[in-house]
Design a protein around this ligand. Sequence first.
Ligand code: IYR
Length: 326
Amino acid sequence: MDAYERIMRNAEEVVTDEEVRELAADPAGKRAYVGYEPSGVLHLGHLLTANKLIDLQEAGLEVVVLLADVHAYLNGKGTFEEIRETAEQMKAQFIAYGIDEDSAEFVYGSEFQLEKEYTLDLHALELETTLNRAQRAMAEIQGGETAKVSHVVYPLMQTLDIEYLDLDLAVGGIDQRKVHMLAREELPELGYEVRPALHTPIVADLTTGEGKMSSSEGVTISMEDSTDELEEKVNSAFCPPTADPEGDLENPVLELFEYHVFPRFSEIVVERPDEYGGNVTYEQYESLEADLESGELHPADAKGTLASYLDELIAPGREKLREIRS
Ligand code: IYR
């Protein structure tokens, strides 16, 4: 896999492809980032973009993890002290998960977002941007609550982060796309360069295959789950043996294989007793998907295998959390 293919693996979209190709042609010294509102426990939503950061490190880019404490504050996630503490825990779990600590840079938003120059640029952006535009950019992040003034400042700060962290690529879930599009429009207004963005998909709800897997509603898998809890969650997942003919339901079991398991393991072994066909090894996601859809692979075997690989992925972070809490 060349640098471009690795950067693009499992990306839902890039804006623009041409800019990303240029980046891939000479990745040395180029900086990519994901920003996270600190939360005490990482879940699969965080890990999807973390997988992308690992891909980017492997493609030769420098990666920056923004622990967006000021953003979390603006989004009503607690006091600064509480947010700081959860940010520390989050950082430790990312490292346990496999983000290379020596080459990655972990930055707190409050380290640079409270400086005078940043604040003055923020005010310039406030003057440039209509309320309506900023609110639309936030619709998917802020959820259904009544928008506060802080919620329109939020995407403007996210826009400035791209300049102030000296980035060449902004990465996020597809729910960040409107903020990144706002950034592409507004940065030139302040005389700054436009940077490309890469968006990862959102995994569907585990039990229904609809909408998105989220920590606030429905079931999500997190660093906190024990092996048994994880197995139970995966076993109750929606996993139709054939693709939905109408095409509006996703298969979350397949999505988890595609976005979480295959990127991190070079081969996947499904262990089965001989009377059920014996063990089978997959090197590519597409072969597993084809076998599930043809009936060659039973959903129960797919789920058992998924649970054990996910367990292996979250085990170091789970251990880290135990350590922090004891
Ligand atoms: N909006 C993100 C958090 C965030 C991301 C970036 I990229 C920033 O520069 C700042 C904040 C979220 O919804 O989690």
